[in-house]
Design a protein around this ligand. Structure first.
Ligand code: ADP
Ligand code: NI
Length: 219
């Protein structure tokens, strides 16, 4: 099978899987990550197919919605790609990227357990979708889904939360900016990723300034 056909089949598979999923991630998030990964690829030397497949498959199973089972996404990926007669080298690489890419893993100290140029590209693209205008929209959307307050001056952010605290925290959405979103810029790997992150980061800072101005009824 040629690469274009394989990518098309993967798009179809991911769309179908995400339609049946419980929400949280949608196809449009995946499409943005896929497009951003292709943009970053223009300035990098990397295996294009591995980047494309990893970007498309990186969120097919979110452990948040599967009793924390982090093995399901990699398993589904491997099964799907085997059915497409993809080379074992490509499958191994894509599965490794998906295993190591979730933000949960990347908060871990053992993040360095696996890395590759291809993984860096997809991770940059995924992180870029969590910041800037889209990132802000996604954060408040998530907060709404969890019934969280927008902001509470009596609940200051805690950037040093442990992973357990982070999972169970019911903090207002503005805290998420300080606990995660404003930290992502410094985690970028590629030059293109760093450049785009800089602009989106700046936009979030301006957004927060405006937010507090309005919150406090200042002009
Ligand atoms: P990813 O797509 O990078 O795997 P996650 O699954 O961690 O991202 O989160 C999906 C989206 O929900 C992201 O935009 C993230 O910023 C947002 N989100 C996750 N946790 C919170 C939270 N506690 N408060 C607000 N937004 C959140
Ligand atoms: Ni994602």
């Amino acid at each position: 099978m040629n690469q274009d056909q394989l990518v098309q089949n993967t798009v179809h598979f991911v769309k179908k899987t995400l339609l049946e999923a419980e929400g949280g991630h949608d196809w449009f998030h995946v499409e943005r990550v896929y497009n951003t990964a292709k943009l970053i690829l223009k300035n990098e030397r990397a295996d294009v197919l591995v980047v494309q497949l990893s970007a498309l498959l990186h969120d097919i199973s979110d452990p948040k919605f599967h009793d924390g089972d982090e093995t399901l996404g990699p398993k589904m990926t491997q099964e799907f790609l085997r059915g497409q007669n993809t080379s074992e080298d490509t499958i191994d690489h894509v599965v490794k990227i998906i295993q190591h890419m979730s933000f949960k893993n990347s908060l871990d100290k053992n993040q360095g357990a696996f890395t590759s140029k291809e993984m860096e590209i997809v991770q940059d693209a995924d992180r870029l979708d969590a910041i800037g205008a889209i990132g802000i929209a996604r954060a408040f959307n998530y907060g709404g889904f969890k019934n969280r307050a927008l902001y509470d001056p009596g609940m200051p952010p805690n950037p040093n939360m442990t992973k357990e605290e982070y999972k169970t925290s019911n903090a207002p959405t503005i805290n998420h900016f300080y606990e995660k979103l404003l930290l992502l810029k410094d985690g970028m790997h590629t030059e293109t990723g760093k450049r785009i992150a800089q602009e989106r980061h700046q936009f979030m800072l301006e957004y927060l300034e405006q937010f507090y101005k309005e919150w406090n009824g200042r002009e």
